[in-house]
Design a protein around this ligand. Structure first.
Ligand code: 13P
Ligand code: SF4
Length: 341
């Protein structure tokens, strides 16, 4: 494909979303990335939160955390470039250790993954001996290694229900845990550090991690939008508070939200999730009206640019490594998650 062809392809998709001058520059970068990608036998996995020009130009596969984990496990390419955040690239390395896994920016972290350490998990296991540990995939490899199974937003309730046990530790997202508790009819507690736990009759033990993006949406936001547009359909990611999820019409993973918009015919939609995804969904559904409540970009996903992805390919950076003893234990938890689906 020539640069002009790439420009026209992007223009066709993104004329209402990205300014023309920017599209011309990005078309050039994207073409060079695609050329090098072939030369180096690499695959590019792009999370649904990638900015529109990147999302629609260089990704071999796009998707939510679960879908991209599957693609990472299956690929036979030499290099996996993860256009997402560090915990996602680590998951790719955990599942496919013989590949070189690259994350284009060293700064692409995640507030949820940063909210808990492996030592925190060991302390919880000592406090609740024998209780199985479910960790959200938004955690680092050493936390996964201390867990029995991982989950993503698309299979969290199924994973919790897969245990016969009457109690489950669910880490680290407070809101996802409370949403899963509501969905599965379980009572949840959040034990305080170094304090006796006098609560009884609980089935889920949570942790107070938060997604710094999704915690910002409020029921007041929803009420204001509904007042103005009574026929709007509101979709919320399960990392939003239970109150926000309850006030919405649908809640699901990033891909579940994309499918919902594709498969339904509402007068207008509002997505309560990371901003760039609203642009990507709007571009894919030009016949549907997407409202924007869009001041919230994930500062970590936002680090991944076409410029950095090109440098990642040119310089083979930043290589993701996971120590083998941790990787083996983490792989058990992630593979178990994938088998639950
Ligand atoms: P998904 O698994 O729904 O793609 O979510 C990942 C994420 O980081 C949401 O903030
Ligand atoms: Fe982490 Fe939230 Fe960003 Fe997703 S949106 S990567 S959960 S900080």
């Amino acid at each position: 494909m020539t640069v002009q062809d790439m420009y026209l392809k992007l223009k066709d998709k993104l004329r209402d979303v990205v300014p023309d001058a920017e599209l011309r520059i990005k078309a050039e970068l994207a073409n060079e990335i695609n050329r090098l990608k072939t030369e180096r036998n690499a695959v590019i996995l792009g999370h649904n939160y990638m900015e529109p020009a990147l999302y629609y130009s260089i990704c071999d596969f796009t998707g939510d955390s679960l879908e991209l984990s599957r693609k990472a496990a299956e690929t036979d390419k030499d290099i996996i470039i993860f256009c997402g955040v560090r915990f996602m690239a680590e998951t790719a390395k955990i599942l496919n250790p013989d590949k070189v896994v690259l994350l284009p920016s060293e700064k692409a972290g995640c507030s949820l993954a940063a909210s808990i350490t492996a030592e925190d998990v060991r302390n919880l296991k000592a406090r609740y001996p024998g209780v199985p540990v479910v960790s959200y995939v938004n955690t680092y490899a050493d936390v996964k290694a201390e867990s029995d199974v991982c989950c993503t937003s698309s299979n969290a309730a199924a994973v919790v229900n897969s245990f016969g046990s009457d109690k489950v530790i669910f880490l680290p997202d407070e809101f996802l845990a409370r949403n899963v508790a509501a969905e599965t009819g379980k009572r949840i507690i959040f034990p305080m550090k170094d304090e006796e736990n006098f609560e009884e009759n609980y089935q889920l033990i949570g942790w107070r991690g938060r997604c710094e993006v999704h915690e910002k949406f409020t029921v007041e936001d929803i009420d204001n939008v509904r007042k103005q547009f009574p026929d709007v359909v509101i979709l919320a990611h399960p990392e939003c508070s239970p109150e926000v999820v309850q006030a919405s019409d649908f809640s699901g993973s990033t891909t579940a939200m994309i499918r919902y918009v594709e498969e339904t015919k509402a007068p207008r939609y509002l997505l309560l999730t990371e901003c760039a995804m609203g642009d990507n969904v709007a571009a894919a559904n030009p016949d549907k009206e997407m409202l924007r409540l869009c001041s919230i970009r994930c500062p970590h996903m936002n680090q991944i640019t076409l410029e950095d992805t090109l440098e990642a390919l040119r310089r083979t950076q930043y290589v993701i490594e996971v120590p083998e003893d941790i990787r083996l234990k983490a792989a058990r938890a992630v593979e178990r998650m994938i088998s639950i689906g």
